[in-house]
Design a protein around this ligand. Structure first.
Ligand code: NAP
Ligand code: MG
Length: 420
């Protein structure tokens, strides 16, 4: 094709491992290269190359995302003892996601991709719920102690200058347990900024919830910081965009979420985010329909799929099987990054291309051309409605549709891109 879309600036491209690495190359070949003169700075984060570069490639890729403002990442293996043996590794390096998140000081947002034919378990949900999880402190950095018998437990702060402040945690009458946890003002501020920035980008209102009626100092500080950052840095931009910020107690938030329509960004404290993101992901459908965006407080964006490398499918692919691995979240990682690049560079044709590609994916699925993971979800919906399984003569409906393999699915999407 002669009139391909030109990109002004490159995206940092982070390749990965196993089945997602196979799909990565296919997505570029079938769905991007025919329409876009793709400009990327390529970093190979496949496990072999991370090992060969002593993990330097991961740090380099994080610096590239920082410099270019936009990154797209494939799923990568987090090495452990089994992988050390499998890949004959010298040492175990930390998870690339942990390294990149730390270098960008970012917050991760998870957003389900919704398709009308696949109904969320919560019937009132019409729009996606995006979860932003604070990734520092609280119970994940807590210290704890078993108390063997009667005695006094105290919390002591010794300032850098040597002065002391202490409060009694409990006068223990007998044995028991105790824990202490902390957070940092700067980390909470960066979390709040990342939430408001991403919400503006996605045109979503922000909810934040905590338990400041009980934890007046601890959760109270979160509420105060969110309020200050919103009023000081975002209120005007939000009101221009017709959006708002809403604080409520965590129990009230949970009650509203399951009765509501969705369509907001839910900023969660670390533990709440851990629990609620799994609830939202499972209620919304499938791991293969969940995108993940890392946003740094300086406004740098990295897009990826929420799932891993789909290891078991990869082993089957190596034996020659064309697996039915769902590439949707990986495609949406690419469209997210391309649209962001287009936004920043002032190239609306790139933004439009990304939207068109997303629509092609959704329309394929809506037309019933889908991978096995989604077909089984669709069947679940059918099973809840036994009427739907029989035609008017009481005969059972035709044999269930066949799932497409990944190659057929990508072709189905490509056909829609060609037709549009
Ligand atoms: P996974 O790759 O997410 O896969 C778990 C299971 O979920 C799969 O076996 C498959 O179920 C289903 N699944 C996930 N993605 C799918 C897709 N696109 N299409 C169809 N089914 C999909 O998690 P894992 O097996 O625990 O981890 C594998 C590797 O990925 C590990 O080395 C881990 O370290 C890494 N990982 C990386 C990231 C990341 O880079 N962001 C995140 C998580 C895990 P069925 O087998 O039932 O079909
Ligand atoms: Mg969890």
């Amino acid at each position: 094709m002669s009139n391909k879309i030109e990109m002004k600036n490159p995206i940092a491209e982070l390749d990965g491992d196993e089945m997602t690495r196979i799909l990565w190359a296919l997505i570029k070949e079938k769905l991007i290269h025919p329409w876009v003169n793709l400009k990327t700075e390529y970093y190979d984060l496949g496990l072999e190359n991370r090992d060969a570069t002593n993990d330097e490639v991961t740090a380099e890729s994080a610096r590239a995302i920082q410099r270019l403002g936009v990154g797209v990442k494939c799923a990568t293996i987090t090495s452990n003892a089994a992988r050390k043996k499998e890949y004959n590794l010298e040492v175990l390096h930390p998870s690339p996601n942990v390294t990149i998140r730390a270098m960008l000081d970012g917050t991760v947002f998870r957003k389900p991709i919704t398709v009308s034919s696949i109904k969320p378990t919560v019937s009132t949900w019409k729009k996606p719920i995006v979860i932003g999880r604070h990734a520092y402190g609280d119970v994940y950095k807590a210290v704890e102690m078993r108390i063997p018998g009667p005695g006094k437990v105290e919390l002591v702060y010794t300032s850098a200058g040597g002065s002391e402040e202490r409060i009694t945690v409990a006068e223990m009458k007998d044995s028991g347990i105790v824990q202490a946890m902390h957070n940092l003002d700067d980390s909470i501020k960066n979390f709040a900024r990342a939430c408001f920035l991403y919400a503006l980008d996605e045109k979503l209102p922000v909810w934040f919830a905590a338990k400041d009626t009980i934890l007046k100092t601890y959760d109270g500080r979160f509420v105060e910081i969110f309020d200050d950052i919103y009023k000081g840095e975002f209120r005007e931009k939000f009101s221009e965009a017709g959006l708002d910020y809403f604080y409520t107690l965590i129990d009230d938030a949970v009650a509203r979420v399951v009765k509501g329509e969705g369509g907001f960004l839910w900023a969660c404290k670390n533990y709440d985010g851990d629990v609620m993101s799994d609830m939202v992901a499972s209620a919304a459908g499938s791991l293969a329909m969940m995108t993940s965006v890392l946003v740094s407080p300086s406004g740098v964006f990295e897009y990826e799929a929420a799932h891993g490398t789909v290891q078991q499918h990869y082993y089957r692919w190596k034996k020659g099987e064309k697996t039915s691995t769902n590439p949707t979240a990986l495609i949406f990682a690419w469209t997210g990054a391309l649209a962001k690049r287009g936004d920043l560079d002032g190239t609306p044709e790139l933004v439009y291309f990304a939207k068109r590609l997303e629509n092609a994916v959704l329309s394929a699925i809506e037309d019933g051309e889908m991978t096995r993971d989604l077909l089984s979800l669709k069947d679940h919906v059918g099973q809840r409605d036994p009427q739907g399984q029989r035609d008017q003569n009481g005969l059972s409906s035709p044999a269930p549709q066949a799932a497409l393999d990944s190659w057929e699915f990508l072709d189905a999407v490509q056909r829609r891109m060609m037709d549009q």
